[in-house]
Design a binder for this molecule. Structure first.
Ligand SMILES: Nc1ncnc2c1ncn2[C@@H]1O[C@H](COP(=O)(O)OP(=O)(O)OP(=O)(O)O)[C@@H](O)[C@H]1O
Ligand SMILES: [Mg+2]
Length: 275
């Protein structure tokens, strides 16, 4: 592995560990994770429940402090020597959760514009950028609606473009489509691929879904549980843009079978799923 400094959007994870201590109990969630992610790469973290995917993503997003190890973005450490989070590094990250976390009293446009408001961008510019982002995911007719008037998939589209509003270098997504039905999920996977091809952000996405991982990823990082460690990294070299029908091809099925074997049968959730 090269020791050069990663460029903007590149992520370096070194010897990262996390042990939770609560109510006198300790849980070693992650042990000695080493991973270099290239700028503009689409990396998927895959593994069975409890293997530490959310823990890893939350540490990358500065939402959870590591027990040991280092994280840097574009060569800049996320924490300084005094364990203080670096705000300029944080501002280059966008986060999307399983739950869209929209503010219910704000319209779609004003939800999308929230990060711009925090940055002090003038109102007219905010509105224009929010409208363009909303349009890019097919929500141009819903900009004045409140979140309660949207479907789950539409809410998650708002959440994704909100994360993009401040033009981050890196997008971190934790099971963003986990609560959606299979057909909506397929649509969202296509949309996310489109956004990524257009914007070329560095993406780290956590999922339980082997098909989703195989469809979206440049590299799938399979984690093993108790404690979470990198079990295997699988390159996915299929050309882009990828079509969903491609996942039925023998080459794709071979990849899916490999991932299923790596993860273990428990996560073979595609059985019976319509995708
Ligand atoms: N706040 C916490 N306090 C104590 N233990 C925790 C805490 N959060 C997570 N854990 C433990 O750390 C381990 C990893 O949890 P984590 O939520 O990162 O897994 P995950 O891979 O995201 O699981 P899932 O697929 O179910 O979302 C688990 O054993 C979990 O019980
Ligand atoms: Mg999780």
């Amino acid at each position: 592995m090269s020791s050069s400094t990663p460029s903007a959007g590149g992520i370096r994870i070194e010897q990262l560990s996390k042990t939770y201590v609560s109510a006198g109990r300790t849980t070693e969630a992650l042990r000695s994770i080493d991973l270099d992610i290239r700028a503009g790469e689409f990396v998927v973290l895959l593994g069975r429940s409890g293997c530490g995917k959310t823990t890893l993503l939350r540490m990358l997003g500065g939402l959870l402090s590591p027990s040991a190890g280092r994280i840097s973005f574009g060569g800049k450490p996320l924490y300084d020597a005094n364990h203080r989070l670096q705000e300029d590094v944080l501002s280059s990250l966008g986060f999307v959760f399983q739950d869209a976390n929209l503010l219910p009293w704000r319209t779609v446009a004003r939800n999308i514009a929230l990060p711009l408001e925090v940055q002090g961008v003038p109102a007219s510019e905010r509105a224009a950028r929010a409208a363009a982002l909303g349009k890019s995911v097919g929500l141009e007719s819903f900009l004045d609606h409140l979140p309660k008037a949207l479907s789950g998939g539409m809410r998650q589209r708002v959440s994704i473009v909100r994360a993009l509003a401040a033009n981050p270098d890196v997008l971190l997504l934790d099971e963003p489509f986990g609560a959606l039905d299979a057909m909506t999920r397929d649509d969202m996977n296509l949309m996310l691929q489109d956004i990524w091809l257009r914007e070329r952000k560095t993406v780290v996405l956590v999922t339980h879904s082997i098909t989703e991982a195989a469809f979206l990823a440049d590299r799938v990082v399979v984690l093993s549980p108790h404690p979470g460690r990198i079990q295997r990294i699988v390159d996915v070299d299929f050309a882009r843009p990828r079509a969903l029908a491609q996942t039925k091809s023998p080459q794709y099925q071979e990849l899916i079978a490999l991932l299923r074997q790596e993860v273990g049968e428990e996560v073979a959730e595609e059985v019976g799923e319509a995708s």
